[in-house]
Design a protein around this ligand. Sequence first.
Ligand code: ADP
Length: 316
Amino acid sequence: MPQPLFSVEHLTKRYGSNTVVNDVSFDIAPGECLGVIGPNGAGKTTTIRMCLGLTTPDAGRIAYAPGNTAALEMPRDALAIKAQLGVVSQFDTLDPDFSCAENLLVYGRYFGLRDAAIRARTPQLLEFAALTHKANAKPGELSGGMKRRLSLARALVNDPRLLLLDEPTTGLDPQARHLMWERLQLLLQQGKSILLTTHFMDEAERLCSRLLVLDHGRKIAEGKPRDLIAQHLEPDVVEVYGQWALALAESVNHAALRALAARVEVSGETVFFYTQDAKPLLAALDVHGGLRTLHRPANLEDLFLKLTGRQIREDG
Ligand code: ADP
């Protein structure tokens, strides 16, 4: 791996007796997108907040090493690091009283940029966000996807090397998500690095070159999406769902079906069979007649559920 741009070592955060981030380490290389995934309460937001200098760690080291200067460390060099980061938080923090172009201007001033320099960059940033036609519109007139793209454009105003994105596509419709993914891919191609949290496994698989799986504040897995899937799961999944699925679930103790799958899981009204070879299993299920089945390769969602369990987490 090339010299990391950003590195976190043994990061720990406690609230009272609750250790919400527990000895977490990771690196981000230039041009890399690292995804942080985990159930609600896993410690993702707290980790990002510490990386941004918004929450003080109880232990650990956060360093930003742009290569041309000595490594900067959080919280000692918080201002210098923040000047080189771009942030899109989970909830829009756009100023409702200003137009899109003015939002960029006001935000750029926080970084000490001159108005003329920001104005010179504004058309390009708005074009990147597909918002050229909305330059003079206020955030209240924008769709959810447009607001999120404006937040992304705003995060780019200081031309950061690293972007920290907390659930960048939550709440967006499929078209808006795809447009956001396309823009993020462009930024990666330009050599920017991204640290991203997401609950969408398709997003994680599509964008992230590496993933960090957090649960109860601990790193429980790390690697390339495809490698993690291959490492932890059987390649084939057969889902049985619908009216008869649960009746079948009760019969999965039945040795014949069970023997054809390495693992069987029940979630809601669906039975998941994980297997090295789906053919004999599909043939055996066929005998039951009328079952609705879906045969597919194992994916990141399966990995997530295997590693973190299927029980709902309201919060940690
Ligand atoms: P995630 O982003 O993965 O959902 P968070 O980092 O938001 O997880 O939260 C991790 C845990 O830390 C949760 O149990 C949450 O309740 C707790 N937590 C977060 N912030 C605070 C705080 N300021 N005070 C006390 N507990 C907190």
